[in-house]
Design a binder for this molecule. Structure first.
Ligand code: XBP
Ligand code: MG
Length: 243
């Protein structure tokens, strides 16, 4: 595993696909509900949504879809307002799904967070999703104090360019105030991996339902799920306790 030669001081987690399988039954139906609410006959089925995930960020994804399928709308005077309205409604639908408990954490995630905390390894988040979505997911799966486990939560529009642009990782690294060589990014997708690598970070990949089969060259490792990492951290903890 990466960084065997230097002490690991922080883990920086992606959210969607990495902490939980949020896309197919979380974000996707939330987008569709918002489209219906606006009287639009747009519908993203599971397969089409997989293609649309090439574009990170919900507002950017809607814009990309419109450019591909209804490009006459792009120049409309109220188009930006429509995107923002759709995305606000989408976020409300997504938050309701998260609060209902329908999006569990992936295997090993909770164990990894706990093991890292007991080793004094700091935690951070670098996501393209909306900040409220991150807090809601942590709250619904790990309890109301879970957001406070993370020293830095970088999300959504805090940077202008979304993954694969490295901006969100640069933002998080600056707030963490750690050398990048002391940090490990954890991602599920190729665009996330590219963002982390472009920021100079080592990146462990745990492929998700939609990203399985993507090209993960440049990853520090590709693991089925985070129980591999949590076991590694627990082993370290035992060594620390013995010394
Ligand atoms: C995944 C994304 C997000 C979500 C939708 O983020 O690209 O855009 O699909 O969330 P990550 P929003 O894997 O970086 O966590 O609609 O709030 O953008
Ligand atoms: Mg992801």
């Amino acid at each position: 595993m990466a960084h065997a030669h230097r002490p690991l001081q922080a883990l920086i987690f992606d959210v969607d696909g990495t902490l939980a399988e949020t896309e197919k039954d979380g974000h996707r139906p939330a987008f569709n509900a918002a489209f219906a609410e606006q009287g639009l006959d747009w519908h993203w089925d599971e397969q089409h949504y997989g293609d649309l995930l090439a574009v990170a960020g919900g507002k950017e994804r809607i814009r990309h879809f419109v450019a591909q399928t209804h490009s006459e709308l792009l120049a409309g005077e109220h188009f930006d307002a429509l995107i923002h309205r759709l995305h606000r409604q989408k976020t409300a639908h997504y938050l309701a799904r998260v609060a209902a408990g329908s999006l569990p954490l992936r295997p090993g995630v909770a164990e990894t967070l706990r093991a890292a905390r007991s080793l004094g390894i700091r935690l951070a988040i670098a996501s393209t999703t909306t900040l409220d979505n991150v807090h809601a997911l942590l709250n619904a799966t790990l309890g109301p104090s879970a957001s406070s486990w993370f020293d830095v939560i970088g999300a959504g529009d805090v940077v202008a360019a979304k993954k694969p642009d490295p901006a969100i990782y640069h933002w998080v690294l600056q707030k963490l105030d750690l050398p990048k060589s002391a940090c490990l990014a954890i991602e599920d997708s190729r665009i996330g991996l590219l963002a982390a690598r472009a920021a100079g970070l080592a990146c462990l990949v745990t492929p998700s339902a939609y990203s399985a089969g993507q090209d993960f060259s440049g990853a520090a490792g590709v693991i089925e799920d985070l129980s591999v990492l949590s076991k590694n951290l627990v082993r370290r903890q035992k060594q620390v306790n013995q010394n």
